[in-house]
Design a protein around this ligand. Structure first.
Ligand SMILES: C[S@@+](CC[C@H](N)C(=O)[O-])C[C@H]1O[C@@H](n2cnc3c(N)ncnc32)[C@H](O)[C@@H]1O
Length: 254
């Protein structure tokens, strides 16, 4: 029986993958179970004779049942295959990595986690937003903008009063509702805010606004998921435009 690697693929750009992840993909992979958010550029780094199965789950689209993913991991590990479970960002940040480690443990299979850069920190950074900054905030809170499927609605009132930068994952489709709740809970409408879509990828786009204006700006600019929303003083530090980094193409061509 082989162990299963739960690997964080980072926010998208292949050169933001960790060296450990790149080595496992290129040298050890036999079965790769990949999420939708893992970029094609990263999948191209998988050993050519490995079998890649896309088991993605994107909000609003048909998705692979979590239990089925557990069964696939267990089945291939029991056959002695080296299984790489490849996830966007970090496996343990809104990535169901905890559930997958539990499922593997219940089946008596060892899991090794390879952390990745989580979108909530790396994507704001890609447009110049530091999620903490001593002059503006004492901390950062990572929160999901969606509820359901066993998750409670975040406590927006407590979050509005917490005084930290809010980094909201999976919130774009509910941005109007989230903004209304935060303002109703006392966050000033002129609080700086930003939304960044497809961060670190070639299609990266962002808007910089006030909290009250954010939904209209997101809609006017046609931003689409995946996106990260940042609320707090640090969002004002977002640059207006970003020149696209070309380092990724150069590394892969080398
Ligand atoms: C299911 S969560 C997975 C998070 C992931 N485990 C992580 O640590 O980044 C998916 C959400 O992450 C955010 N996300 C992931 N990649 C992103 C990217 N390249 N740009 C913007 N947001 C991204 C979006 O909010 C998306 O809806």
């Amino acid at each position: 029986m082989s162990k299963v690697y739960l690997i964080g693929a980072g926010p998208g750009a292949a050169d933001l993958l960790t060296l450990r992840a790149a080595r496992l993909l290129a040298e050890k992979a036999e079965i790769v179970l990949a999420d939708d958010l893992v970029s094609d550029e990263i999948l191209a780094m998988v050993r050519p004779d490995a079998r890649v199965l896309k088991v993605g789950k994107r909000g609003g689209k048909a998705s692979t049942a979590q239990g089925f993913i557990h069964r696939l991991m267990v089945r291939y590990a029991r056959r002695g295959k080296c299984v790489l479970r490849l996830k966007g960002g970090d496996p343990f940040v809104f990535g169901r990595g905890g559930e997958e480690v539990e499922a593997l443990a219940a089946a008596g299979i060892e899991a090794e986690v390879v952390p990745g850069l989580t979108a909530g920190i790396s994507v704001p950074a890609a447009v110049g937003i530091p999620v903490t900054h001593r002059a503006y905030t004492q901390g950062v809170t990572l929160v999901t903008g969606t509820s359901g499927e066993g998750c409670d609605e975040p406590n927006w009132r407590a979050l509005a009063q917490g005084g930290t930068t809010l980094v909201i994952y999976m919130g774009l489709s509910r941005v109007l509702n989230i903004v209304a709740r935060l303002i109703a809970a006392g966050l000033p409408p002129d609080t700086p805010a930003a939304a960044i879509a497809s961060g670190t990828l070639p299609g990266q786009r962002h808007v910089k606004a006030t909290l009250a204006d954010l939904p209209a700006r997101v809609s006017a600019e046609g931003l689409a998921s995946p996106a990260i929303i940042v609320v707090g003083e640090v969002a004002a530090l977002a640059v207006a435009t970003v020149s696209s980094p070309d380092i990724s193409a150069r590394i892969l061509a080398a």
